[in-house]
Design a protein around this ligand. Structure first.
Ligand SMILES: *Cc1c(COP(=O)(O)O)cnc(C)c1O
Length: 353
């Protein structure tokens, strides 16, 4: 009789909120549809796609469009089936069984999951009480624990805080570990180390098309690192990891500079509106929650009764996300923000409680 090993038996599937809800502010996606030019060009490309052939194993066109958009050399760029895939490839390549990897908690939950799959030793470094990064402590722990791989997001999901790039650079320079800097939300902020990535011999930087670019559906992410490290990633990934359609759509969308700028402006305006609404609620109901500053497309609240808040919103067909001990609300359309804020106010004032 076949018996699952302990590792396989312990796995729990990633649990995005299932079910039909009218307002979804739970997954940090963009609320905007893809620009019409991109959709039309993609339709034309689809008609001409050689479906019987394997796609370009290097996703060359998509990598070139990414490199051009951000102004980095294309030799440093590797494409993945979402940055989630790249995280898995990185963990399985750069960690050996029993090696220590470090996260700075709370952070994106997939890091710890991948370390578990890899049978690596998890060193969880806590954030400061105000949820900022303690750079000195992180350096110290990495040295003491012989950490081989340090991974964190900046700006951070779920805290929405950004750490200044000089501090991040100091951290990378001060450790022997390979540092995986996940900049999934950096399009909403201005502290990227992307164009400096080649100054570091121990850095792999991650970006995704799922957030600012509004392409969560096509699963496209990128790693940026010095050519030596980029070459290792290309060798380690599965050969045709990014499908032909995603390569094409990614290349088209990343080439639309004006549309990208316009979308970013709309998302940030929505985030500001959501943030201002929450700030107002914070003033009207002092002591009920704390709002952290946001450098992302979501707002993060600290709230003792978060579970009740979550359930209340769900009963109004509005979903947000509880993760890492905080409340995370993705900014949405004007109507979605308004519905959320009005329900939040009802909750705070104790309506039908
Ligand atoms: C959303 C997210 C990702 C996943 O991006 P995909 O490219 O969609 O796999 C990676 N890291 C962080 C911190 C995220 O929030």
């Amino acid at each position: 009789m076949y018996e699952l090993n302990q590792k396989a038996g312990a796995l729990k599937p990633y649990d995005p909120i299932a079910g039909q809800y009218e307002v979804r502010l739970d997954a940090n996606e963009s609320f905007l549809p893809l620009p019409e030019e991109v959709v039309l060009d993609a339709q034309t490309a689809l008609a001409e796609l050689p479906f019987n052939r394997y796609p370009d194993p290097t996703a060359g066109e998509a990598c070139a469009a990414f490199a051009a958009h951000y102004g980095v050399p294309v030799e440093q760029v590797v494409a993945g089936n979402g940055s989630d895939e790249l995280i898995t490839v990185i963990f399985s390549t750069f960690l050996e069984k029993g090696d220590a990897f470090a996260t700075i908690e709370p952070d994106f939950s997939m890091y710890a999951f991948n370390g578990f799959l890899q049978e690596a030793r998890h060193v969880a470094i806590p954030k400061n009480e105000d949820y900022t990064l303690d750079i000195d402590k992180t350096i110290q722990v990495c040295r003491e624990e012989n950490v081989k791989l340090l991974i964190f997001s900046n700006p951070c999901n779920p805290t929405s805080l950004v750490c200044p790039r000089e501090e991040v650079a100091r951290l990378i320079r001060s450790v022997d570990a390979l540092v995986i800097l996940d900049e999934a939300y950096m399009d909403f902020s201005d502290q990227s180390l992307l164009v400096q990535a080649e100054e570091f011999d121990n850095l792999i930087l991650l970006r995704t098309c799922s957030k600012a670019f509004g392409m969560a559906a096509i699963r496209l992410g990128f790693a940026v690192a010095r050519p030596e490290l980029a070459e290792v990633l290309r060798a380690a990934k599965s050969p045709y990891n990014v499908n032909a359609l995603s390569q094409k759509i990614g290349a088209l969308a990343l080439g639309q500079e004006l549309a990208i700028k316009a979308a970013l402006k709309d998302i940030l305006a929505s985030r500001d509106e959501l943030y201002a609404g929450l700030e107002k609620l914070g003033q009207a109901y002092p002591g009920r929650f704390t709002l952290l500053p946001s450098a992302t497309n979501f707002c993060t609240m600290l709230m003792p009764d978060k579970q009740e808040f979550f359930e209340y919103l769900k009963s109004k067909s509005i979903v947000i996300r509880l993760t890492g001990g905080v409340v995370r609300i993705t900014c949405g359309t004007w109507e979605e923000n308004a519905r959320f804020l009005s329900a939040a106010e009802d909750y705070l004032k104790g309506a039908d409680a």
